[in-house]
Design a protein around this ligand. Structure first.
Ligand code: DQA
Length: 146
């Protein structure tokens, strides 16, 4: 059994209501429940954390160092485009992570084309809608068993 962590950044608590033409109608609660089930089907556990505050995300990631996690799946939301602190926290834990974006950030405004996480992530999944979370967890589980 391995332990995984799902982290969602600012405004993703509004999934399902927020710009549904871009992010769809599935809520964050539904995404989390489905991923917890997916992890359980493989005999693993998944903790979920969402915050709108950068410092809370940094603190949750720091905590991950002591939890012997097999992997992190993170949608940093807008902080991916701006936060060196989030990048540094993830690097400090040494836990491999997969970055996911629901929308295709490369087909949107240019300020969304760069993220501070992508070059240090194990992999990046963009543009598959909320299904990207499932793909990311699947990859994290596979990576952990290698
Ligand atoms: C997002 C893309 C970001 O650019 C945006 O700020 C978000 C959501 C996505 O999942 O597509 O909040 O991370």
């Amino acid at each position: 059994m391995a332990r995984f962590l799902l982290i969602n950044g600012p405004n993703l608590n509004l999934l399902g209501k927020r710009e549904p033409e871009i992010y769809g109608s599935t809520t964050l609660g539904e995404v989390e429940a489905s991923l917890i089930e997916q992890a359980a089907r493989h005999g693993h556990t998944l903790d979920c954390f969402q915050s709108n505050a950068e410092y809370e995300l940094v603190e949750r990631i720091q905590q991950a160092s002591e939890e012997r996690l097999a992997g992190i799946v993170i949608n940093p939301a807008a902080l991916g485009h701006s936060s060196i602190a989030l990048r540094d926290a993830l690097l400090a834990t040494g836990v491999p992570f997969i970055e996911i974006h629901i929308s295709n950030i490369f087909a949107r405004e240019t300020f969304r084309h760069h993220t501070y996480l992508s070059d240090v992530a194990s992999g990046v999944i963009v543009g598959f809608g909320v299904r990207g979370y499932e793909l990311a967890l699947s990859a994290a589980i596979e990576n952990a068993s290698q």
